[in-house]
Write a protein that binds this ligand. Structure first.
Ligand SMILES: Cc1cc2nc3c(=O)[nH]c(=O)nc-3n(C[C@H](O)[C@H](O)[C@H](O)COP(=O)(O)O)c2cc1C
Length: 333
């Protein structure tokens, strides 16, 4: 369920007809959160907490380890709060993925109902230990919550609670398809957050996902709401440009579907790119399909590096690019 406009296609890298390097010299490796990756790519958090998720996470982890990239799991609330299928997350720990990212939702770190058990530092640490994580991602998903008939409506106090977690462990904050503005990122940096995953508009649309769920449940108001807010949010490339100057690692996700999209994100100032929807089908099929998809994306990235004359990711960051279309309109506002 994708957004209607492909914002990454607004970013054009300028062709270098005389790259003056050999394709074999390309080095896409980077350092991220103190870990060495073979390429600037992260599989962002998607799943866990039900039986089939174990196979999906194992396929993703084995393939991520094979190609040397980072990986996150989906919200670990099911395992940490409800004790459901912890093995569907912990299977990730047995693969040598160079950077592993635990995941919890911001709505669960504050009480949604009187007396409700909230996730605090002890539970967050348990979420990290479950997968042997290097960093914890706290996700913001209030668009999705609003389109869910049973969604969480309380958001007051999330910032302070994120700060509480960030004092105890390395925390990055990610959106889930509606993007992070500079103002939000500055407030998060102020409470000690160590990095961002923009997860902007243009890829998986949770308004769309919830539109269909609401339709199936006969929830007419939310069904319509999902349609109205289908493309709500800050385009991923715009979010990257806004956050890059803040001096913390920026992951670019939301609609990244090819290695060319990864290269575009880096050229805009991201430290790495992330994809979820881009590998979901392969991961639901087999390890071999997942590996093939990742290898294709990484090959495309290296081709884009070669054709812009960028031997390293740092050089790609300085590659000339042109911003067109809707993204350009956003950036000139
Ligand atoms: C099936 C699915 C489940 C997801 N579950 C989570 C989740 O549990 N926690 C989270 O932080 N993000 C979750 N996401 C959001 C992704 O990590 C990502 O931010 C978003 O899908 C945008 O990237 P994409 O366009 O490449 O899919 C999920 C995405 C998908 C497709």
């Amino acid at each position: 369920m994708e957004g209607r406009y492909r914002y990454w296609d607004d970013i054009q890298l300028v062709h270098n007809a005389l790259p003056e390097l050999d394709f074999s010299e390309i080095d896409a490796s980077i350092e991220l959160f103190g870990r060495r990756l073979k390429a600037p790519l992260v599989i962002t958090g998607m799943t866990g907490g039900y039986p089939k998720a174990a196979q999906i996470n194992a396929n993703l982890a084995r393939a991520a380890a094979e190609v040397g990239i980072a990986m996150g799991v989906g919200s670990e609330r099911a395992a940490i709060v409800k004790g459901q299928y912890p093995e569907s997350y912990s299977c990730v720990a047995s693969y040598p993925v160079p950077l592993k990212i635990a995941n919890l939702g911001a709505p669960q770190i504050i009480p949604q109902a009187p007396g409700e058990r909230v996730i605090g530092p002890a539970e967050a640490r348990a979420a990290m230990e479950l997968i042997g994580a290097d960093v914890l991602a706290v996700h913001l998903n209030f668009l999705q919550e609003m389109v869910q008939p049973e969604g969480d409506r309380r958001a007051r106090g999330c910032l302070a609670q994120i700060g509480v977690l960030a004092r105890e462990m390395p925390v990055l904050v990610k959106e889930t398809g509606a993007g992070l503005s500079r103002d939000v990122a500055e407030r998060l940096r102020g409470v000690g957050v160590r990095g961002f995953d923009v997860s902007g508009t243009g890829g998986t649309s949770f308004a769309a996902v919830e539109h269909y769920r609401a339709k199936a449940q006969g929830a007419r108001r939310e069904e319509r709401l999902g349609k109205t807010f289908w493309d709500w949010g800050i385009p991923s490339p715009v979010s990257v440009v806004e956050l890059a100057p803040l001096g913390l690692p920026v992951l670019a996700s939301g609609g990244v579907r090819s290695g060319l999209d990864v290269a575009r994100a880096i050229a805009l100032g991201a430290n790495a790119a992330g994809t979820a929807g881009g590998v979901l089908r392969a991961a639901s099929t087999s390890y071999e399909a997942t590996l093939a998809e990742l290898e294709q994306i990484l090959h495309e990235l290296r081709v884009a590096m070669f054709l812009t004359g960028s031997r390293t990711v740092d050089e790609l960051r300085r590659a000339p690019r042109v911003v067109t279309g809707e993204s350009r309109a956003w950036l000139s506002r």
